[in-house]
Ligand binder design. Structure first.
Ligand code: ZN
Ligand code: ZN
Ligand code: ZN
Length: 479
């Protein structure tokens, strides 16, 4: 079976231009500018034509100190996680109220909608190191169906519609949800600002609300359904394409204004397309079906068939997306090769989006109250905890691409790690120092569980396409 994609043949030179690594100097300028917008001092990205990229300290960092706070280029919440966490679709901050968060979750639980802990993400590249949220249990709790004592439908509704207030919930205020301006009723935001950013960045092409044409809405709904049934990574890939198409349109409009011309031709302007694609071009990537790690349950003899199946899946998804948002001027973006590379970028960079739930903080607050107040509050909160079960404070989980964090190289004895502190309440990635870092040191994080034995580490790292030669590995290899 062979998968034929006419766009891949027709636009082969343009596609290969898009997939070329940007020249070192261009990449260096890009990262210098990006860091300047991050408000992060003391680090720089060094681009080297031979060994790739790395992040280096320009200042000293103490153990525990924040090294980087990185804004995502693009990200999305896992579909199943949407039942558990009601968050801003742009910055991933929790929205609504403690009552609404709890009420929604109980409502979906009652409907029997499967939800739960999807910390694993769909990538199989071993440990998800960025999935670290420190709470009382040390990690994101899981949604257990065991030992739940249900509450009445009426009570759940009173939580959702704001009729019932939980004691002390006013200590944990959350932003009022702002609906999408395209009236899709799917996406909500923490502010008008976030709604506007998301609309302008990608959502205006992907919105299924009344503002979009009926034909597009229908096509998008088929695309989303396929992604939800197979792999929600396709939704993220669609965001990357939508974002690039919109950047292209904006750049072209500005360019035409400059030269005083009207737009009437629909041919691909490669230089504008390359410029719109630039943020994505900076990410390390390979074709998804070539780089995806072979799952444990797939025999090595079936590897070829497995990879072809993955490619076929991507092809199906892309055809559905094309019906919805195809743009002639950006035709090369709709090739299977580009689609595969976008998904491969998420696979290889494996940067999970995690935001801790305020529900955890709320129940801890109640638990810490003076005895008499606690007793009174618990009369109301205890039945809710019992109804929520073990999964009472599942964190927001998704996949995102963080441009600067993704430049950090791996070490099995890292000097930094992805870690969300108490005050980190949105989807930005945070990296903190694990030990003192000196000026000139490379900042490294571990992509895997660095406590595993040498051979197991190398096996997991092979999925990222390299053999580790860090100090720990060199020492252990010689023993
Ligand atoms: Zn927001
Ligand atoms: Zn919308
Ligand atoms: Zn190592």
């Amino acid at each position: 079976m062979e998968i034929i994609c006419p766009i891949d043949e027709q636009f082969a030179p343009q596609i290969s231009a898009l997939l070329q690594s940007p020249p070192s100097q261009i990449a260096q300028e890009y990262f210098d500018n990006l860091l300047a917008t991050r408000n992060c001092h003391g680090i720089r990205v060094k681009v080297d034509g031979h060994i790739g990229k790395g992040v280096y300290a320009d200042a000293e960092f103490k153990a525990g100190e924040l090294v980087l706070k990185d804004q995502m280029l693009v990200g999305s919440q896992h579909t199943e996680n949407k039942m558990d966490c009601y968050v801003c679709a742009s910055c991933f901050r929790f929205i609504g109220s403690i009552e609404l968060q709890i009420g929604r979750k109980l409502y979906f639980d009652r409907l029997g909608v499967p939800s739960g802990n999807h910390c694993h993400s769909d990538s199989s590249n071993g440990e998800d190191d960025s999935c670290v949220v420190e709470n009382n249990h040390g990690e994101c709790s899981t949604s257990g169906s065991q030992n739940k004592i249900p509450l009445s439908q009426e009570f759940i509704e009173s939580l959702v519609d704001g009729q019932f207030s939980l004691p002390y919930s006013e200590k944990f205020p959350l932003p009022v949800p702002t609906p999408c301006c395209g009236w899709c009723g799917e996406e909500y935001y923490c502010s008008q600002h976030c709604a506007k950013i998301d609309w302008e960045t990608s959502h205006s092409l992907l919105c299924m609300g009344e503002k979009s044409k009926l034909s597009r809405r229908k096509a998008l709904s088929k695309f989303v359904e396929h992604a939800n049934d197979t792999n929600d990574i396709f939704i993220l890939a669609a965001k990357v394409i939508a974002m690039t198409v919109l950047r292209y349109k904006n750049l072209k409009e500005a360019h035409l204004k400059e030269v005083g011309l009207e737009s009437n031709n629909a041919t691909v302007d490669l230089s504008l397309l390359l410029e719109s694609w630039k943020p994505v071009s900076m990410g390390y990537k390979k074709r998804w079906w070539d780089c995806i790690a072979l799952p444990e349950d797939v025999d090595e003899i079936d590897e070829v068939a497995f990879r072809l199946e993955i490619k076929q899946l991507a092809f199906e998804s892309l055809q559905l997306l094309k019906v919805a948002i195809y743009d002639e001027e950006c035709a090369p973006l709709f090739s299977l090769d580009i689609y595969g590379h976008i998904i491969g970028m998420f696979e290889l960079n494996n940067l999970d989006l995690v935001v801790a739930s305020p529900i955890e903080d709320y129940f801890i607050y109640v638990d810490d109250l003076p005895e008499s107040q606690k007793k009174e509050a618990e009369a109301l909160t205890r039945p809710i905890l019992d109804a929520l079960g073990d999964g009472y404070s599942i964190c927001c989980q998704g996949t995102a691409f963080y441009p600067i964090q993704s430049c950090m190289n791996h070490s099995c004895c890292p000097n930094a790690k992805a870690f969300k502190r108490e005050e980190d309440k949105d989807g930005r990635a945070t990296v903190v120092a694990l030990c003192p870092i000196q000026v000139g040191d490379e900042v490294t994080i571990s992509y895997i569980d660095e406590d595993l034995p040498y051979e197991e580490r190398q096996k997991l790292l092979a999925d990222y396409g390299f053999r580790c030669k860090c100090a720990k590995c060199i020492e252990e290899a010689n023993n």
